[in-house]
Design a protein. Sequence first.
Length: 468
Amino acid sequence: MTDRIEFEGSGSYFVGVTTLGEEFFAISRKASMPAGSKSVGSQPEVRPDPGMDKTSAYSHSEPMCSIKMYPARNGDAFLISSRAPSSVAILIDGGYAATFDQHICDDLGRFAKAGRCLDLVIATHIDADHIAGLLAFFKKNGHATRPNVIGVRHVMHNSIRSLQANSVAGGKQDVSDRDILEEIRRRGYPKPKNKPFTPSEISVREGSSLAALLLGGGYCWNSKDGNMRVDSTGYPVHEINASSRVKVIGPAPARLEALCSWWIRELRRLGFIDKIGKSEKFDDAFEFLCAAKNFSAVAQPGNISYRMHKNRELADAYLPDDSLTNASSISLILEVNSIHLLFLADSWASDTEQALKSLKPSKAPLIFDAIKLSHHGSLRNTSPALLELIDSPRYLISSNGEQHDHPSIEVLKAIVDRPATFSRKLFFNYKTAASRELSAYSSRSKSQFEVHENQVDWIDIDPNNHYA
């Protein structure tokens, strides 16, 4: 069911996405601000901690929603917090183990001291720059009934037991098969090249998959015990409370099936001959193999991203991503107390386009309160067609530019070149070559935008003020 609601005022439409029962419909809010020249800021604005106790001074002026984008190097880690009208706390990915140890853990501890829990933890896909910090967290947190850091109500994570709903528990393997699984387990998660490692980083990568930690810790995982998959059809809406919910828009079931098929073929290639079923050894082998392989659905030349070309348009540069692990990303629309956030993990642009077209009420783009760009702003995951479907006053770009030169300047320029009657803020958790170039850039449409670099403190989201 779709509907359109207009609020008093004048100017352009802001289209949010919310629910009516389990149906999402569009809301248009009117606001106005003249287009003009951009302003640039390089220092993060310091905000009080939304995890503070209700008796603190901050609770009297708290925004409806705040987002913290952690310094996760080339990875992702986000904490979403809201206290009014109802308390919500969501952790999306965890970056590396050092991200958790040095940044996330203290925030979660403050939340716990204020009597809060994590309503939802989401591991978007199996990639070390997203999941290693979650391994560190759940390893330290211990059992769900006796958490050492903070209580967790629910976890979303796709492991092999989630993708093989009709399989049975794995039987006894012969010696060679056991040796294959043990060798995969011994290798653990891959270690980034040429980077120093803390003992914690090494520890979380060896011998424990996230699936094993969730099962051993008795966490509510994919509604129960991890045997249900999270995809755009079988797990469409997760209710957090009366005013907050998650709409899963990806991955499509076919993407998970392709990843599962690749993994089975890889096990066979390594010499595994027995039946494949549900067990912690298979959970480990699935995560470790998927994280270790840089593989594609179709062989194509080039890397996941490209170095910057100052005069290249996104329309000329865009080449669709073909990584199966990226395609398996859990992408979602978060509705948090009337705030609407689009988190795209490392999803394929074509999949997001297809999912959003079913929600799109008109030719006008869907305007979210904030958008987290897919795959750290890579030009292989944001297409011109996708940018025609979505827009926001706030964009979140998480990357320090390691490995693949993310984010891509072509994507950033394409975002700010579009005409808009509202100002856009682009938040970067690091200063990168692309963010510096964007700071000196002028929008072709003369639309206002701001560049905020090194933004690792709380970003306040106020739906009634798109220019705050």
